[in-house]
Design a protein around this ligand. Structure first.
Ligand code: HEC
Length: 261
């Protein structure tokens, strides 16, 4: 009785450690080409360089249409993220204008951003965003990787699978672009990336593939900024449980060896 209770509780605790280590999104059916991601698997971590370059791609390209409402500038310097220095983050935040207020006169005013501010949205509201994008709304990208099945591979495919022309028999609607990764094939977003769209300072070639990989890594982090912490915790719990199980096994053996069955 006693032994089986111990075994059951160890099993339950071990399972909970695996829950910590497991990917937080359910794996969807394989539909897109599978890329190698540094952050996949139970040992996976984000590639720091890719995160920093991906932030650059987001900032210089995607941020003119897409908001990233759940991320603050200070997150960029936190462990497990792009890990920019505090000074770099101050400078990054100071580049944007933040609407604040009201002041003593009851008026709203603009001020330079601070690290504690959330990422500033490109449009004041959804209506303005639609008006600038031919009626289509560029969605917030904070949780996009989690919102779509096989998110990282889907986003990579979305960035890289634009076709200049729709296949025979497909009538492209006005202002639409053909993209075989997008459901239905017709997307209002024009291809956002083209060769040399950004200039990388670390010597990485800004090909569409490299920029896509980097921006997807950055958006994967945005959607799960505490992934590395979660995995480390999962390991600690697992190691602790293995040691505990060994100790318990040894003690119960010793105890029971003195009792005649
Ligand atoms: C000029 C504006 C513009 C830029 C720049 C832009 N997008 Fe978009 N994006 C849109 C619009 C508009 C939509 C909505 C498309 C639709 O619903 O047909 C969209 C949709 C998306 C979607 C959602 C797809 C889905 O499954 O619903 C993702 C993901 C996305 N964009 C990622 C990006 C990334 C990453 C970048 C930067 C590399 C970027 N976009 C740059 C306008 C833009």
């Amino acid at each position: 009785m006693f032994r089986s209770k111990i075994t059951a509780s160890i099993l339950a605790l071990t399972l909970s450690a695996f829950v910590l280590l497991a990917p937080s999104t359910t794996v969807a059916k394989v539909e897109f080409e599978q890329q190698e991601w540094s952050f996949k698997g139970i040992f996976g971590t984000y590639d720091r360089g890719a995160l920093q370059r991906g932030f650059q791609v987001y900032k210089e390209v995607c941020a003119s249409c897409h908001s990233l409402n759940l991320v603050s500038y200070r997150n960029l310097s936190q462990p497990g993220g792009p890990e920019f220095s505090k000074e770099q983050v101050k400078a990054i935040a100071a580049e944007v204008e933040v609407r604040d207020g009201p002041n003593e006169d009851g008026e709203m005013f603009d001020r330079p951003g601070r690290p504690s501010d959330r990422f500033v949205s490109p449009f004041p509201n959804d209506e303005a965003a639609r008006a600038s994008n031919g009626g289509a709304l560029p969605p917030d990208l904070s949780l996009m990787i989690k919102a779509r099945g096989d998110g990282a591979n889907y986003l990579y495919a979305l960035m890289t699978e634009y076709k200049e022309e729709a296949p025979d028999g497909v009538e492209l609607r006005d202002g639409m672009n053909y993209n075989s990764a997008f459901s239905g094939g017709q997307i209002a977003m024009a291809p956002p990336l083209s060769e040399d769209a950004v200039e990388y300072s670390d010597g990485t070639k800004p090909t569409v593939e490299n920029m896509s990989r980097d921006v997807v890594t950055f958006l994967a982090w945005a959607a799960e900024p505490h992934m590395e912490e979660r995995k480390t915790m999962g390991f600690k719990v697992l190691i602790y449980l293995i040691i505990l199980a060994g100790l318990l096994y040894a003690t119960t053996r010793k105890m029971w060896s003195r009792i005649k069955h």
